[in-house]
Design a protein around this ligand. Structure first.
Ligand SMILES: C[S@@+](CC[C@H](N)C(=O)[O-])C[C@H]1O[C@@H](n2cnc3c(N)ncnc32)[C@H](O)[C@@H]1O
Length: 170
């Protein structure tokens, strides 16, 4: 289980926001779609999607309770009527033919069973729906992760990392 600090993420995620903007341009939304934003984090990208949907809506979903409560407080439904947030695990998507678009930015490498996520996305999409997913790929952050893998087997901290797995799937 990873612990996220939404305030900190909000201040230090301009890189993720820039990647999301590139991706959003590719979506070419008509403005009336229902969109699911998987692993939405603290919601600033989800709010940018909402601004592109004058006749549609977006649901941000994230497994982190802290990220979701931060998003709900900063972007309340009274002010953002086409924007909602829900706590949930993308491995267990509960939706059936609900969305025209499933979007995800910088989140899928936090889960290892991508097949299970894709099956849920398939169920969540309406016929003719689209998915646009961006994640870290093979080799991403490799030098620093290799260093961390080495360090956890050494020195006084070795005992604290017995059986540890960082849980990434780049
Ligand atoms: C780097 S943040 C990306 C947030 C946002 N998409 C953005 O572009 O700023 C990764 C997010 O993925 C979420 N996440 C990780 N595993 C998840 C899962 N199994 N289901 C839903 N969200 C998950 C984390 O809680 C975190 O908020």
């Amino acid at each position: 289980m990873h612990i996220w600090n939404p305030e900190d993420y909000h201040r230090h995620s301009s890189a993720q926001q820039a990647w999301a903007r590139e991706l959003l341009a590719k979506l070419r939304l008509a403005g009336d779609e229902r969109v699911l934003d998987l692993g939405c984090g603290e919601g600033k990208v989800t709010a940018e999607i909402a601004a592109l949907l004058p006749r549609g809506s977006v649901l941000g979903m994230d497994v982190s309770r802290d990220m979701i409560s931060f998003a709900r407080q900063r972007l309340p439904p009274e002010e953002y009527q086409n924007l909602r947030f829900v706590e949930g695990d993308m491995l267990d998507l509960p939706f059936e033919r609900k969305f025209d678009v499933v979007f995800s930015n910088a989140a899928l490498h936090w889960v290892t069973d991508h097949g299970r996520v894709f099956a849920g996305i398939g169920r969540a999409l309406r016929p003719g729906g689209r998915a646009l997913l961006q994640m870290g790929g093979r080799g991403n952050a490799a030098p620093i992760l290799a260093l961390a893998d080495e360090m956890v087997t050494e020195g006084p901290w070795r005992e604290y990392f017995a059986g540890f797995s960082n849980g990434y799937a780049f």
